[in-house]
Design a protein around this ligand. Structure first.
Ligand code: LP5
Ligand code: MN
Length: 263
């Protein structure tokens, strides 16, 4: 297992998803996600499955699996390990909720961590920049300040040294604070900066930029014939049925929406 996050990925068929926001508080969502991965991987047989961040609602350290006995984290580790045993390559990118996922959890999933951004090269020659997307929300200066602080290795080292209960409490507090602050921010501020997206696609010389985070799925044109694809988030409704979810398949035929309701 390579200990460095992969900055490039080559494949001929990739199933992508992000922003599932799994937690022990929402077992129906874990069940729906597992069903989607199992059924679509059986139907499509992708060579790779890539999760572009926010697989979990909040991740406070890889020891949740042992010390906290998180059924959700264990179920997901088993799910990916099983897919990997079938020969599917699994890649996990950090999101703004689960940037503390480490090598230990990746190993338990039989997955490789992905750098953000990561350039996906298809057998057809098509190139796709993959990113969670939060880095491109440059108008959200409060968030970017917060991000800079919590992504610093020394800050993470100190945070991970705290007792697990304390870390869970901080995460809980931060989630509440974030929800409060989001009410005061405009949709435009919380979206990707089109200029940043253009610059990244240009720098990486890709045909497509693909991200999650904004929960605004779809495809839109960029300059020079490039396209920007956005992954959907996942949500369970009050009766426990899947309300939103799914992902994208990229293969020799291009990019296709794989809805979670269809499988
Ligand atoms: O994810 P989403 O869409 O709800 O909101 C994001 C931004 N919010 C966040 C915060 C996360 O939700 C918090 C959960 C983190 C779990 C990990 C826990 C482990 C690490 C603990 C770190 C201390 O990412 C939101 C954006 C929005 O996307 C759209 O892009 O706007 O940004 C915010 O709301 C952040 C605020 O603007 C700034 C928060 C300042 C908090 C300062 C307290 C710092 C104290 C440090 C504690 C030790
Ligand atoms: Mn996010």
């Amino acid at each position: 297992m390579n200990a460095h996050p992969a900055a490039t990925w080559a494949s001929h068929s990739v199933l992508l998803c992000s922003d599932i926001h799994l937690s022990d508080a929402n077992p129906a969502l874990t069940e729906a996600f597992c069903a989607w991965i199992e059924q679509s991987s059986q139907r499509i047989s992708p060579e790779s499955i890539l999760v572009l961040g926010d697989l979990f609602d909040a991740w406070v350290g890889d020891d949740v699996l042992t010390a906290h006995q998180s059924l959700c984290a264990q179920t997901i580790a088993n799910l990916f390990e099983l897919q990997a045993l079938k020969g599917i390559r699994i890649g996990l990118m950090h999101g703004n909720r689960d940037f503390l996922i480490g090598e230990q959890f990746a190993k338990q999933c039989n997955a490789q961590l992905l750098a953000d951004p990561c350039v996906l090269t298809m057998s057809s020659g098509a190139t796709i920049a993959l990113t969670h997307g939060d880095q491109l929300c440059t108008q959200d200066s409060d968030y970017q300040g917060f991000r800079q602080q919590v992504r610093a290795p020394s800050w993470q080292h100190d945070f991970l040294a705290k007792p697990l209960n304390e870390r869970l409490e901080v995460a809980h507090h931060l989630r509440a604070q974030s929800e409060l602050e989001k009410k005061t921010k405009s949709m435009e501020i919380m979206d990707i900066s089109p200029q940043e997206a253009e610059t990244l696609a240009e720098q990486l010389a890709v045909d497509v930029l693909l991200h999650g985070h904004t929960h605004r799925p779809g495809v839109s044109p960029m300059s020079n014939g490039r396209k920007r694809w956005v992954l959907p988030d996942w949500e369970i409704n009050a009766s426990g049925a899947l309300h939103r979810g799914g992902g994208l398949l990229i293969n020799q035929n291009g990019i296709e929406v794989i809805s979670a309701a269809r499988v």
